[in-house]
Design a protein around this ligand. Structure first.
Ligand SMILES: CC(C)(COP(=O)(O)OP(=O)(O)OC[C@H]1O[C@@H](n2cnc3c(N)ncnc32)[C@H](O)[C@@H]1OP(=O)(O)O)[C@@H](O)C(=O)NCCC(=O)NCCS
Length: 172
C-alpha cells in the first residue's frame, strides 16, 4: 500500500474483476484508444497476470483510490515486459479525473518505490504516438526519449528514467 497526499495505491488482484471497475475504466473511447478495451474475461486474464507479477517479482499494477472518498479512479504501477527485458511504469485514469495531476502524483510515488525499495536501475514508459497527455506526464516526471519501438502492434516511443537521474527520497 502506498499513500500520497491525495491518493492511495493498493496491489490489484484477481478479485478486482468482481467489481467491474477495470472493465468500466477501459470502456471509455479515449482510454480504449491508447490502452485497449477489455471484456470481463479479458479483464480476468489480465488481472490474473498482474497478480502473478506481484507474486513472482514483488511488483505490479495498483488500483488508485481517492483518499477523500475511497473512489477508485485509475490504475498505476509497474509491469515487467519479458519481451523487452524492461520494467515499465503505467498510468490510466478515468476521464472524469484527468487534469488534476493524479497520474503525476501516483507515478511519482511509484517511481520512488521502484528506485528506492525495489532498487530498479531504469524504468521505462512505452507511449503510443499521438498520446500527448501521456507523453506530458512522462516528461513532467523527467523521462526522456530512449528509442522508437512497437508495442501491441503499434509504433511507440519508449521513454526512460534512470535511477541515477531520479531524486528518490527512499534511496539508500
Ligand atoms: C495519460 C493520462 C493518465 C494523463 O492524465 P492527465 O490528467 O493529463 O495527467 P495528470 O493526472 O498528471 O494531470 C496533469 C494535468 O493536470 C494539471 N494539474 C492540475 N492540478 C495539478 C496538480 N496538483 N499537480 C499536477 N498537475 C496538476 C496539470 O497542469 C496538467 O494539465 P495540462 O495537461 O492541461 O497541463 C490520461 O490521459 C489517461 O488515462 N489516458 C488514457 C489512458 C492512457 O493513455 N494511458 C497511458 C498509456 S501510455
Amino acid at each position: 500500500m502506498i499513500t500520497t497526499e491525495r491518493l492511495r495505491l493498493r496491489p490489484l488482484t484477481e478479485t478486482d474483476v468482481n467489481v467491474d471497475w477495470w472493465v468500466r475504466l477501459h470502456a471509455d473511447e479515449e482510454v480504449k484508444r491508447f490502452v485497449g478495451g477489455y471484456t470481463r474475461e479479458q479483464a480476468a486474464a489480465r488481472l490474473r497476470d498482474i497478480q502473478q507479477q506481484w507474486t513472482q517479482r514483488g511488483h505490479g499494477l495498483c488500483a488508485v483510490t481517492l483518499r477523500s472518498t475511497g473512489e477508485t479512479i485509475g490504475r498505476c504501477g509497474l509491469h515487467w515486459w519479458e519481451d523487452f527485458g524492461e520494467t515499465e511504469i503505467g498510468w490510466t485514469f478515468a476521464r472524469a479525473h484527468w487534469g488534476q495531476g493524479y497520474a503525476t502524483e501516483a507515478a511519482q510515488a511509484v517511481l520512488a518505490w521502484g528506485f528506492g525499495s525495489l532498487e530498479l536501475t531504469q524504468i521505462t514508459a512505452m507511449i503510443h504516438h499521438g498520446n500527448t497527455a501521456s507523453s506530458a506526464v512522462a516528461r513532467r516526471l523527467g523521462f526522456t526519449s530512449l528509442r522508437e519501438d512497437s508495442v501491441l502492434n503499434r509504433p511507440c516511443t519508449v521513454y526512460a528514467l534512470a535511477r541515477d537521474d531520479h531524486p528518490s527520497p527512499d534511496r539508500h
